[in-house]
Write a protein that binds this ligand. Sequence first.
Ligand SMILES: NC(=O)c1ccc[n+]([C@@H]2O[C@H](COP(=O)([O-])OP(=O)(O)OC[C@H]3O[C@@H](n4cnc5c(N)ncnc54)[C@H](O)[C@@H]3O)[C@@H](O)[C@H]2O)c1
Length: 299
Amino acid sequence: MSGAAPLAGRTFLVTGITDAASLATAVAAELVRRGAHVVCSALGPTPHHEGLSARARDHLAATLESCRKTVEREVGGGAETIACDLTIDASIRDLGEALGRRGVALDGVVHAVARDRTLARGGAPGLLDVSREDFLDCLDVSAYSLIALLRELLEAGALARGASAISLSYLAAERVVTHPYAAMSVAKAALERITLELAAELGRRHGVRVNAVRFSPYTASRAGGSIRGLAQAEAHGAAIAPLGNALFEDLAREVAHLLTPGLAVTGEIRNVDGGLHLLASGPWDPAARRPGDGDRSNR
Ligand SMILES: NC(=O)c1ccc[n+]([C@@H]2O[C@H](COP(=O)([O-])OP(=O)(O)OC[C@H]3O[C@@H](n4cnc5c(N)ncnc54)[C@H](O)[C@@H]3O)[C@@H](O)[C@H]2O)c1
């Protein structure tokens, strides 16, 4: 590979921007800085949302508007924002077809989307506290949506041969964490497994690469800020990770790198966390100790 600006003139879809603190905002801004064109998709009202309450409709409209303003202010580069609900195949199809009609063949896709409805109620302490409905919604938004997104874009002819897809994950896909995250941990594990399966499947069929990046605990975003106890995890990471917590610019640079055309990297789960994943660390939440715990030791 040659050239100082391998992303210049390439076009990428970035999902998951809500505001300036969204991880996807840093990624989109980095891509524009490197000369790429960016299209952003955001949760927002679509013709496929039927029978919604006025409150739900207002929420979708406000989410889309927040993304639009953020993209204008923080991303620049003429990036446009398109409403798309990643839990509705027809909505993704509309996005793919709109891109296809304009002759856009994306060079890459950034999946930065997650939802755990229990968090709005303070978070479920464990999996036994998660209803089937909330669990399936979490898996749908946070994991299955990657499959649906890539399928619909491919079927619409909106994903170029050799394109690269990146999703954002977290160490909890593999390790048990003590903040309320049980359903999301399972969703992240599924997302990572989906990454491996799609890397094999799409690599063979379309030359498309699929990778995931695990990031440090990060409370500044809406999703991160809604997780009770994530602040302790963030402080713990800052204290013990060999390099401290990764910054959101670190994530943006790594995602931009993995989007570089022509890399022979696929099916990779990359850690951008200052080395936190290296450590076999105990619970950082003192409340996570077993009730009535005595000291168990072999001495
Ligand atoms: N915050 C952290 O500590 C952290 C750490 C590692 C990985 N991540 C992951 O990074 C990604 C981005 O999270 P963030 O921390 O920037 O929070 P964020 O709240 O800014 O982003 C989450 C995004 O998901 C979008 N979304 C939810 N449901 C959707 C749907 N049905 N259709 C389309 N979009 C939908 C939201 O609108 C929002 O833009 C997520 O996958 C998250 O799990 C976050």
